[in-house]
Ligand binder design. Structure first.
Ligand SMILES: Nc1nc2c(c(=O)[nH]1)N[C@H]1C(S)=C(S)[C@@H](COP(=O)(O)O)O[C@H]1N2
Ligand SMILES: [Mo]
Length: 315
């Protein structure tokens, strides 16, 4: 199956084209355009796409790590966003036309106050900066300064009822905007899910920005999930629907490869992916691999959520 070869989850992909090489290539291209083609190039348009609006009134969070933050070019130039293609630079290369406004999330299912969450409303909530580690299941990681709102504080407003046990999240389907949705690379729409207590956990963020600015398209504009103790694929981008449900949702990756990707997907150095070890990771921008931490280093905060579970089985 195609996905076995081109899946983002092949840890060799980043070794073939080291980050520094393609970043340098990108810089070189930008530079040569800037110098030689300044008169012709719609530079202002490029600059606009690369520089989203600043978010005002951001407060800092005690949950932030003080590890060095990855470079802006790394966070916005090396992405997984299959709606734009499976390559790491497809998201930045294919997303310039994407329209992140107007935008609303439909919130429904097992709750007493179903409704919509408009992006403009969401931006009025107190925005917090959360500097989190992000660990992709492919064994690379970054440190990203997110901006956003605690998901639980938003979900409460819709009053989930006592039947609600899980929360399901859905990405937009629109093949005009997401060119790769024309192809059955993975089942569309991209779907993810959390147990209700995971969704309500204080670390779980509904992210609206990075580096103090609104999310660039390639990072999941205008709003995405960030669950820092789980593999990156749980952190679903460009969300249009949040649904409270009774049964455990079947996520896209469970559908695609059930023996490789589970519902929980908690970062766990002791449970290898069937095709590679998870005991180490490469921090993008660094040369040597480093050990992967249980729950991506957030065990103190989240281990109690799983105290009755066998974490080797519930991968
Ligand atoms: N809709 C959607 N969300 C997605 C993905 C995707 O392909 N589509 N990729 C996931 C994966 S595998 C990772 S590692 C993170 C990457 O987030 P980043 O590109 O902002 O670092 O987004 C996740 N969210
Ligand atoms: Mo990932």
């Amino acid at each position: 199956m195609l996905i076995k070869n081109t899946i983002a989850s092949d840890p060799k992909s980043f070794e073939i084209t080291p980050k520094s090489v393609y970043l340098d290539r990108r810089r070189f291209l930008q530079m040569s355009v800037g110098v030689a083609g300044a008169a012709l190039m719609p530079w202002s348009m490029r600059a606009q796409a690369a520089m989203p609006n600043k978010i005002d009134g951001i407060i800092k969070s005690p949950f932030s790590t003080d590890e060095p933050i990855n470079k802006y070019d790394e966070v916005t130039g090396y992405n997984n966003f299959y709606e734009f293609g499976t390559g790491k630079t497809d998201p930045i290369d294919n997303s310039a036309e994407f329209k992140a406004r107007p935008w609303a999330i439909q919130v429904d299912g097992l709750c007493d106050k179903p409704g919509t969450l408009d992006i403009e409303e969401l931006m009025k909530f107190q925005q917090e900066e959360r500097i989190y580690r992000m660990r992709c299941v492919e064994a690379w990681s970054m440190v990203i300064p997110w901006v956003g709102v605690e998901l639980g504080s938003i979900l409460k407003k819709f009053e989930p009822n006592s039947k609600a046990k899980y929360v399901e999240f859905t990405t937009l389907v629109d093949e005009k905007q997401f060119p790769a949705q024309k192809y059955p690379i993975i089942p569309w729409p991209y779907i993810e899910g959390l147990r209700l207590d995971e969704a309500m956990h204080p670390l779980t963020l509904l992210a609206t920005g990075i580096f103090g600015e609104e999310l660039p398209t390639q990072n999941g504009a205008p709003v995405r999930l960030v669950v820092p103790w789980k593999y990156g694929f749980k952190s679903i981008k460009s969300i249009v629907r949040i649904r409270f449900v009774e049964e455990q949702p079947t996520s896209t990756w469970m559908k695609q490869a059930p023996n490789e990707y589970g519902f929980y997907a908690n970062v766990n150095p002791q449970v290898d992916h069937p095709r590679w070890t998870q005991s180490k990771e490469r921090r993008i921008g660094e040369f040597f691999r480093q050990p992967t931490a249980m729950f991506n280093g957030y065990g103190e905060e989240v281990a109690s959520l799983y105290k009755d579970m066998d974490l080797r089985k519930s991968f």
